[in-house]
Write a protein that binds this ligand. Structure first.
Ligand code: SF4
Length: 243
């Protein structure tokens, strides 16, 4: 790929010695694609349908987007399966409504991998060290899949959430890109919550009638929030029955 398709070059030329505005980096990059009539293939890690709404609205017209559902952190399995289904259903609806061609892929569910990497960090507060490893686990998987399938970029929809620090997610993404050493695959930085992105995601959830979960995903964060897993399982079962 040519130099102005590498987000790091935009960061180095426009944000030297200053705080990086990742949303602006993404906007500049999209402009560069448009100027060159380049339509990249992007593998976007998504944790749930709500976080993918604005991401698809923003990127699906300028890129060939695949949503990668890789979330072995989610507990219990019933909730994982339900979020996966809601994600896939939303993409189907979005494609019909907008004439887009967004693809969907799901990773295997392997909760032990999450428990192994977060061992000893069970009591960390949400947003702390456990979460950083959790972002890394999911972005790692997405980058590997993107590299295997010759994508141009890998990215994360996690930067939409106001509960998540976009700077850390982007640092994790660039770190993975460096370690992978695949010269044709770039990490695509973002800050999707900017420009009222989060508010727009709430609107889109209403428009598409999307289920919005009440906890981030793992058993540890949910317990800190006082989530009752019996209620979670009962709700998932009744929602599946209604559909
Ligand atoms: S709270 Fe969310 S981001 Fe943090 S470890 Fe749990 S699932 Fe992952």
């Amino acid at each position: 790929m040519i130099d102005n398709f590498d987000p790091k070059n935009i960061i180095n030329s426009k944000f030297k010695n200053q705080k990086i505005n990742y949303d602006r980096v993404l906007q500049e990059l999209v402009n560069n694609w448009k100027k060159s009539n380049f339509r990249p293939k992007i593998m976007i890690h998504s944790c749930c349908a709500p976080c993918s709404t604005v991401v698809l609205e923003y990127l699906s017209s300028v890129a060939d987007v695949t949503i990668y559902f890789s979330n072995s952190n989610i507990h219990p399995k019933e909730e994982y399966e339900y979020r996966k289904k809601v994600q896939k259903d939303f993409i189907d609806d979005f494609n019909i409504k907008t004439g887009s061609n967004v693809s969907f892929m799901a990773d295997e569910y392997n909760p032990n991998s999450f428990f192994q990497i977060t061992k000893g960090l069970e009591n960390e507060k949400e947003g702390g060290a456990r979460c950083h490893l959790c972002y890394r686990m999911r972005l790692d998987r997405s980058a590997l899949k993107a590299s295997e399938l010759n994508f141009d970029y890998f990215a994360s929809a996690l930067t939409l959430s106001p509960h998540k620090n976009s700077e850390i997610i982007n640092e994790v993404g660039f770190g993975i890109e460096k370690e992978l050493e695949v010269t044709s695959l770039y990490y695509l930085p973002s800050d999707f919550k900017k420009n009222n992105g989060y508010l727009r995601s709430i609107e889109m959830c209403k428009e598409y009638d999307i289920y919005r979960q009440c906890y981030c995903g793992c058993v540890f964060g949910a317990k800190q929030q006082g989530i009752d897993f019996k209620e979670v399982i009962a709700r998932v079962r009744s929602q599946l029955k209604e559909e």
